[in-house]
Design a protein around this ligand. Structure first.
Ligand SMILES: [Zn+2]
Length: 261
């Protein structure tokens, strides 16, 4: 068992930043960069404060110490994160497209669970499997570039086969939902274990303060973006619960924006 206190005394958060291979821009005590775990929120989503030795991810609106940073970026529990930091060598290979949660356990980690860890969903690999050019999409007037930018496309396999698959952040994790493009029912499907009521499509791409445009469907979100460059948001359920309105209020609060419906 790693002594957290002792580990924090001999390790700086800056060391962890370089061990993780994070791309950060430094300004005084502050470092800002993209969050490789969330893969959303832009290139300032992750903030490090070297004076406080702390981090904050604006995607999940959570932060903490260097152990929590490793926990967030590599999707590990604090104990495992501390063990990674205590081990030697880089925490993560800087191979483009690698997903932190899927790197093999290092040999230095004792008492790993007897069953192999469940492979993490790899949004980048999934996005690469989607078709951005498709006659159905042309009919919807969705440009391949728009879909590429949103990491979406027609799914030709898996649970969303025959649907337009689009990513959304649910409880801090990226998941894909499947949007019917030929009038199928239900119009939106989610993979097992993903609660669509906890999602607002487009929310993690909203960076601008001021106004937040709420539209009815994901296709409208994409269309607004394609035509104006603005990010609108929509709920992914037919009815909207109080919980969802609270979620929207949280997005509005974080961006200090006014809602336009
Ligand atoms: Zn993050």
């Amino acid at each position: 068992m790693v002594d957290f206190k002792e580990l924090k005394e001999r390790t700086k958060i800056e060391d962890v930043v370089s061990q993780l291979g994070l791309t950060m821009k430094r300004s005084g005590d502050q470092m800002r960069g993209p969050c490789p775990y969330c893969r959303s929120g832009g290139d300032r989503a992750l903030a490090i404060n070297t004076a406080k030795q702390s981090f904050y991810c604006f995607n999940v609106r959570k932060g903490g110490d260097l152990i929590a940073l490793v926990g967030h970026v590599l999707d590990l529990r604090p104990k495992e994160a501390a063990e990674r930091i205590a081990g030697t060598g880089p925490l993560q290979g800087k191979v483009p497209g690698t997903v932190p949660g899927t790197i093999p356990q290092r040999g230095t980690v004792p008492n790993s669970s007897p069953s192999p860890p469940r492979p993490a969903f790899d949004p980048v690999a999934y996005a690469a499997s989607l078709q951005t050019s498709h006659e159905v999409l042309a009919g919807l007037e969705l440009a391949p570039e728009t879909l590429s930018e949103w990491m979406g496309g027609m799914a030709t396999k898996g649970v969303h086969r025959g649907r337009l698959a689009l990513p959304v952040t649910v409880a801090g994790r990226v998941a894909y939902f499947g949007l019917a493009v030929g009038g199928e029912s239900p119009s939106i499907t989610f993979p097992n274990g993903v609660d669509g009521r906890m999602a607002i499509f487009g929310a993690d791409r909203v960076t601008k303060n001021g106004e937040l445009r709420l539209v009815a469907t994901p296709l409208e979100v994409l269309s607004v973006y394609q035509n104006t460059g603005e990010t609108a948001v929509c709920f992914l359920t037919e009815t909207v619960s109080g919980e969802q309105l609270e979620l929207l209020a949280a997005v509005l609060g974080a961006r200090s924006a006014d809602l336009i419906v």
